[in-house]
Design a protein around this ligand. Sequence first.
Ligand code: ATP
Ligand code: LTN
Length: 336
Amino acid sequence: MDKKKIVFSGIQPTGNTHLGNYLGAIRNWAARQAEKTNYFCVVDLHSLTVPQDPENLRFQTRSMAAILLACGIDPQQSTLFIQSHVAAHTEGCWLLNCVTPLGWLQRMTQFKDKSARQESVLTGLLDYPVLMAGDILFYDADEVPVGEDQKQHVELTRDIAQRFNALYNVEFFVVPQPIIPPVGARVMGLDDPAVKMSKSLADKRGHAVRLLDPPDEILYAFKRAVTDSGREIRFSDDPEKAGVNNLLGIYQAVTGKGQAEVEADFAAARGYGDLKVGVAEAVIETLRPIQARYHDLMADTAELDRLLAHGAAQARVISQPKVDEMKRMMGLVLPR
Ligand code: ATP
Ligand code: LTN
């Protein structure tokens, strides 16, 4: 039998987890767990690359872990852990920093976007993709399921892996593949279908559908969604129809239907109002059981912490020897 593929993915505990995170990433992690060896990580160290309130970050980190479990990540089938619990990630990041040219990081579009939005840009923000590369490489991951926006970072991870392998003349790191879902890879903002739905914009009412939003809030956001002045309900690449296209894409992703079937569902709609309510109802039904499981999990954080400690122990067994071996290859003396 073929060896199971190794999957690694991460998500930041910055709160405001939204439908884009779910459709572009989390639900795809949950869907294929049985076929793979999986590592899913709440990347709290990545969140520190922009200023955080300490108490809020601590709360959001547990909350993110509970969301992942509520969305179907099964600790029997997947290793779920918090990045800062496994020291190999920071230790190995330094080693990777010392083989990664600065120019590669300065070219990253996410760095350019995020740094343009801040007054003072932290060194960690520039180094963010190297920390992410280590996350992936220290587990020998073959596959990295992410939304479209992270593709460039996974490509950088491939470059770093290949550079290390070339420098030390061995096939030490596995060169991973980004896995981008065919549907839901880029959910756009409801208030502006030209920008991706984003955690950092989700405090603005009507921008995002957050996984923990109550049904009336979800309905409100969809009812106010920006569309166009026409009436035609069909999939389209026309930038004018980006709003309707986004709504249909969300409906397609949550129902699992094909494009023709989705359009048929709205053939009798009297206008965009019916479309908006139809999509809102489908989303509310998808999120209802997830929200119920989330609240159960958050009612017992001691059990949650126990589960995360177990995940971290499993993760250390894989990543620490890999980082120790890097140190040896790079000329460091290992302690006895
Ligand atoms: P922000 O939305 O503020 O940019 P983020 O993208 O940094 O936050 P992460 O926690 O880093 O959020 O992302 C978790 C996962 O969700 C990643 O795999 C990312 O590609 C995916 N993702 C984020 N936004 C979207 C979106 N609008 N559509 C589809 N996938 C998305
Ligand atoms: N940078 C990613 C989160 C992330 C990640 C990872 C994703 C950190 N480490 C490893 C995949 C694999 C983001 O912002 N979405």
